[in-house]
Write a protein that binds this ligand. Structure first.
Ligand code: MV4
Length: 488
């Protein structure tokens, strides 16, 4: 059993992991860069080690420094959180070879899922529906043309080493495919040092629905429902919810069982996410698997009353998970809004700086995961997410009310944030009706639809000064959903 865990991360996720460790009776080691001296994860951990200057490559991404910190503090395990080294197979391997447990899947599992064509082939073999397209890499434009002719246009080229939308290209005919092939492979070579591409049929205006899975080392893998993450902007998720307004009990079971079959294919261990695209006909297709805990994991935790971080640690210690699949049912409707230090009136430009004052909402059904405090200086070197506001209620309607109420209570002074943007989306009739897909934000940006406040249910709390300030009118670009600009 572990005595001490090193947390190879920062911000709210580092705090989240420290909290889980505390409740499990484990000692914690924080690592931090020079930009994070005053960060809460450093103050809340039992021990802390400075690992270098602010740039991630010289601190949170440098595994020699992380391993050195684990060795000097005698940590039994490393929890990578999300981002940074969470999906770095080499890092997982180095940890294990140094006798430090990597809290996550095996290096081989990370590698298998990191290669998008290998992952797809494995899933297909496991009986998971995959998007029609090339079996593996398309080696030439001619090769791509032949496959596109067979499956029909529009098609999409994706980088084998890609993910998160980088190195993708939509092609509507052979001419676009020729151009796209060269552009996408050059981009992929530059971004990932791997020019390999694969081809898929384009799914138009899909929902992004992902299934949470958790597996132990005793052959148990469970699915813990879905999260609808369709509200994204340039591949950055902004809002996540469960249950998905699109997903029926039957669809949840089919997507969940397929996800478990897929995870079983690699004997998956730990927390993972199977990402699906769901089309208009409610057909679902495997897109990729994330081999880490995700930013939006609290959505699942609140709805299913589980603790995914504790489960990750338990599984890493070789413990058996004691769930029964039939008991893993959604008990609450949950919504999460990501609060970023970004100026939504200025193309979501990051706005690092000092948080002069902060009021965090509370009350029944409200959870805020954040490492922000009054006086905290948001450094410019890392991502701009400063809080996650998660609410739960018995029904989606009540969760929407609760989210509006919580957003109105939330005050952050000193830096612009995405709070006003969320206040607007949560009042948009299509969002309220659950009528949205991955193109929602692009459509929302068009002047034809005016957001409208739900009538008859006025928010009765005294609105904060910030909430009374003029709301931003319009957001995001004018680009259509499937344009290549969005996909880059
Ligand atoms: C697609 C697609 C449509 N058809 N693949 C974007 C991120 C990357 N992981 C995969 N992505 C997409 N792949 C096919 N065959 C549309 C997207 C996509 C998208 C997916 C999920 C959430 C938001 C998105 C926004 C634009 C495009």
């Amino acid at each position: 059993m572990f005595e001490k865990i090193l947390i190879a991360n920062r911000g709210e996720i580092a705090l989240r992991i420290i909290r889980a460790c505390r409740e499990l009776g484990l000692r914690t080691v924080a690592v931090y860069s020079e930009a994070d001296r005053d960060a809460l994860h450093v103050r809340f951990a039992d021990e802390d080690v400075c690992i270098g200057p602010p740039p991630p490559g010289e601190s949170y991404l440098d595994f020699r420094r992380i391993i050195a910190a684990a060795e000097v503090t005698n940590a039994d395990a490393v929890h990578p959180g999300y981002g940074f080294l969470a999906e770095n197979a080499d890092f997982a391997e180095v940890c294990e070879s140094c006798g430090i447990t990597f809290v996550g899947p095996t290096a081989q599992q990370i590698r298998q899922m990191g290669d998008k064509t290998e992952a797809k082939a494995l899933m297909k073999k496991a009986g998971v529906p995959v998007i029609p397209g090339s079996d593996g890499v398309v080696s030439s434009f001619e090769d791509a043309g032949a496959i596109a002719k067979e499956i029909g246009y529009p098609v999409i080229l994706k980088a084998v080493a890609g993910g998160g939308g980088k190195g993708m290209r939509v092609c509507r005919d052979l001419a676009e495919l020729e151009r796209g092939f060269h552009v996408a492979s050059t981009e992929a070579a530059n971004a990932f040092s791997n020019a390999d591409l694969y081809l898929e049929k384009l799914i138009v205006s899909p929902h992004h629905v992902e299934i949470q899975v958790i597996g132990d080392t005793h052959d148990n893998i469970y699915y813990v429902g879905e999260r609808d993450c369709s509200i994204q902007r340039r591949h950055q998720k902004l809002i996540e919810e469960t249950p998905s307004p699109l997903v029926t009990e039957e669809l949840r079971r089919r997507m969940g069982e397929a996800a478990v079959q897929g995870a079983q294919m690699v004997g998956y261990r730990g927390a993972g996410t199977i990402e699906y695209l769901v089309d208009r006909n409610l057909d679902f297709y495997f897109m990729e698997m994330n081999t880490r805990v995700q930013v939006e994991h609290p959505v699942t935790e609140e709805a299913y009353e589980v603790d995914l971080i504790k489960d990750q640690i338990r599984v890493a210690q070789g413990e058996k998970l004691v769930y029964r699949q039939e008991d893993l049912l959604p008990r609450w409707a949950v919504i999460e809004c990501r609060i970023n230090a970004e100026d939504c009136e200025n193309d979501f430009r990051p706005t690092p700086g000092t948080i002069e004052a902060i009021h965090i909402p509370g009350g029944p059904g409200v959870r805020v995961d954040t490492a922000a405090y009054a006086g905290y200086v948001i450094p410019p070197f890392y991502d701009s997410m400063i809080a996650k506001l998660i609410v739960r209620a018995s029904t989606r309607e009540e969760a929407l009310e609760r989210m509006r109420r919580s957003l109105d209570e939330f005050v952050i002074q000193g830096v612009p944030t995405t709070i006003p943007f969320h206040r607007e989306i949560l009042r948009h009739p299509d969002f309220i009706a659950g009528r949205y897909d991955t193109s929602f934000l692009e459509k929302y940006a068009r002047p034809s639809e005016e957001p409208e406040v739900k009538k008859g249910k006025a928010i009765t709390i005294k609105r904060s000064a910030e909430a009374l300030a003029p709301q931003p009118k319009r957001v995001d670009s004018e680009e259509p959903v499937t344009s290549n600009r969005d996909l880059e």
